[in-house]
Write a protein that binds this ligand. Structure first.
Ligand code: MG
Length: 427
C-alpha cells in the first residue's frame, strides 16, 4: 500500500536555548512541529514556524493563487520580528509584523500576476516574561492546554462564527455548514487588523497552534485526549497529524506545539520552518529581502538572486474559477446524475462484525435505503485499536479512492496491539 503523495516533513523538534539578544523571558518553549499536504490537496499552502520564544501557523487561503507564498510571508514576518521584550513591546512587534506581511503580500502580487489574489491566515504567539502574547487573524487556531483542559486562545474570523455570535447557529451546526470555510478577515487584499491579546502562562502549560486541516476534522475532545496522552511534544504532534490523516485529511495539516518550561540563561536560538515557508521557491517569490533571508536562515537554506517567474499552472485556481458558472448552468437532472456518481465514488473505512472493513457508497442507510457496500474485509479487530481510532471509526473514515482507503486500513493495522499482520509499514 502506497504512502500519501508529497508527504513531506517528519516531526521536527529542537531543544535549543532562547535568543541571546537581551532575552528577558522567564519561560521558553520546548517545541515540535509538523506540516503535511494531506490526502486531497496537491500543494501545501500551510506554513509553520517555531522557536524557543515564538510559534506561528499560517494557512494560505484555498482558491487564492499563491496561497503558499502568502503563508510563507506571514510566518516569515513573525520570524524576523523583534519579539524578545516586555509584553506591550512584543504585542506592538506582532502588530507591526502583520502590517509588514500585508505590505509584502501586496508588493509580491503586484510583481507577479500569477500570484494575484493571494491571502493567508496568521496565528502567532510569543513569550514575554511570564506572559504570552497572542496575535490572530483568520481561522487557524490557538489553544492553551492546562490541567487537562483545552482552552481556546483565538476566535475564528469566519462567516459561521459570525452566525454563532449572532445566535443564529450552534457550534455543532457550524461544523457541517456548507460555508464553514469562508474567512471574513485575512492578510492580503487590503488593510487588516489582527486580534492581539496577552495572558499569563506558567510552567507545564502546552500551547497548540494549528491550521483548520486539524481543527476542522479532529474534534476538541480528541485533541484534548492526545495532548494529555503524550508528554513528549514530538509524539503529540505526530499523533495529531496522524489523526487528521486517518480522518481523511481533506486539507493541508499543520501543527505547532510549544511546552512552556523554565528558561535557563539564554545562549543560542534554534528554529523550525515547515510547510510552504520551508520551500525555496516560495521564499524566492516574495518581494522582501529581509523576510526571505530570515526564513532561509531559520530553515537552513541559501537564497540568491531575484525572484523567479512562476510558470506552473495552478489547477485548483482554474477549477475554482469555473465552479460557480457550472453550478448555475447545471440543471436538476445533471445534478441528480452527479449526486449518483458522487455517492458511488465515495470510499470509506468502517466497522462490520467487529472488524475493520473498506467500503464504497454511503456507509449508513439513507431513509432506509442501503446506498453503500463492503468491498473488502480485514482481519483487524476493532477491539485491539486505541480509543482514538475506535472513536474515528464510529462514524467511518472517508477516503478519496480505494487505494487511499486501503492505505488508511493499513495504518490502522499498524496501530493494533499487538501489531496486525496487515501492517505494511516498517516499525
Ligand atoms: Mg486550511
Amino acid at each position: 500500500m502506497s504512502e500519501h503523495p508529497q508527504r513531506n516533513e517528519p516531526p521536527q523538534q529542537t531543544d535549543s536555548e532562547p535568543a541571546s539578544s537581551g532575552a528577558s523571558s522567564t519561560y521558553r518553549f520546548h517545541f515540535a512541529a509538523r506540516s503535511d499536504v494531506g490526502s486531497v490537496r496537491e500543494q501545501n499552502e500551510d506554513s509553520g514556524y517555531a522557536t524557543s520564544h515564538a510559534l506561528a501557523v499560517a494557512d494560505g487561503l484555498g482558491g487564492h493563487a499563491g496561497g503558499e507564498v502568502a503563508s510563507a510571508i506571514a510566518v516569515g514576518a513573525v520570524a524576523t520580528a523583534a519579539l524578545v521584550s516586555h509584553a506591550s513591546a512584543v504585542a506592538e512587534s506582532l502588530h507591526e509584523a502583520v502590517q509588514r506581511a500585508n505590505e509584502v503580500i501586496d508588493a509580491t502580487e503586484s510583481h507577479d500576476a500569477h500570484l494575484s489574489g493571494m491571502g493567508t491566515t496568521l496565528t502567532a504567539v510569543a513569550i514575554a516574561g511570564s506572559a504570552l502574547v497572542i496575535c490572530h487573524i483568520g481561522d487557524s487556531r490557538g489553544y492553551l492546554f492546562r490541567d487537562n483542559v483545552l482552552i481556546p486562545l483565538t476566535v475564528d474570523h469566519t462567516y459561521v462564527q459570525s452566525l454563532i455570535d449572532a445566535g443564529r447557529l450552534t457550534a455543532e451546526q457550524a461544523q457541517h455548514h456548507p460555508q464553514r470555510s469562508v474567512v471574513l478577515r485575512a492578510l492580503g487584499g487590503g488593510p487588516v487588523t489582527a486580534d492581539v491579546s496577552v495572558r499569563d502562562i506558567r510552567e507545564g502549560d502546552r500551547i497548540l497552534l494549528c491550521s483548520d486541516g486539524l481543527s476542522g476534522v479532529v474534534p476538541d475532545a480528541l485533541l484534548t485526549r492526545v495532548l494529555g496522552g503524550y508528554d513528549d511534544p514530538t509524539a503529540a504532534v505526530q499523533a495529531l497529524v496522524e489523526l487528521a490523516l486517518l480522518a481523511g485529511a481533506p486539507d493541508n495539516v499543520t501543527v505547532v506545539l510549544g511546552d512552556v518550561v523554565s528558561s535557563p540563561a539564554p545562549s543560542r536560538d534554534g528554529a523550525i520552518v515547515i510547510g510552504a515557508a520551508g520551500e525555496l521557491r516560495n521564499q524566492q517569490a516574495m518581494q522582501s529581502e529581509d523576510i526571505r533571508s530570515g526564513l532561509a536562515s531559520a530553515s537552513g537554506q541559501k537564497t540568491s538572486g531575484a525572484a523567479p517567474k512562476r510558470v506552473e499552472t495552478n489547477l485548483r485556481t482554474h477549477l475554482t474559477r469555473w465552479r460557480l458558472p457550472l453550478m448555475f448552468t447545471a440543471g436538476l437532472l445533471v445534478m441528480l446524475t452527479l449526486v449518483r456518481i458522487w455517492i458511488f465514488s465515495q470510499w470509506w473505512v468502517g466497522v462490520d462484525s467487529q472488524h475493520v472493513v473498506v467500503g464504497r457508497g454511503i456507509p449508513q442507510p439513507v431513509l432506509g435505503v442501503n446506498m453503500g457496500k463492503v468491498v473488502s474485509r480485514t482481519s483487524i479487530l476493532v477491539s485491539r485499536l486505541p480509543e482514538y481510532e475506535r472513536m474515528l471509526l464510529n462514524d467511518s473514515i472517508s477516503a478519496r479512492s480505494q487505494s487511499d482507503a486501503d492505505n488508511i486500513a493499513s495504518r490502522l493495522a499498524c496501530r493494533t496491539v499487538p501489531v496486525s499482520s496487515e501492517c505494511a509499514e516498517p516499525r
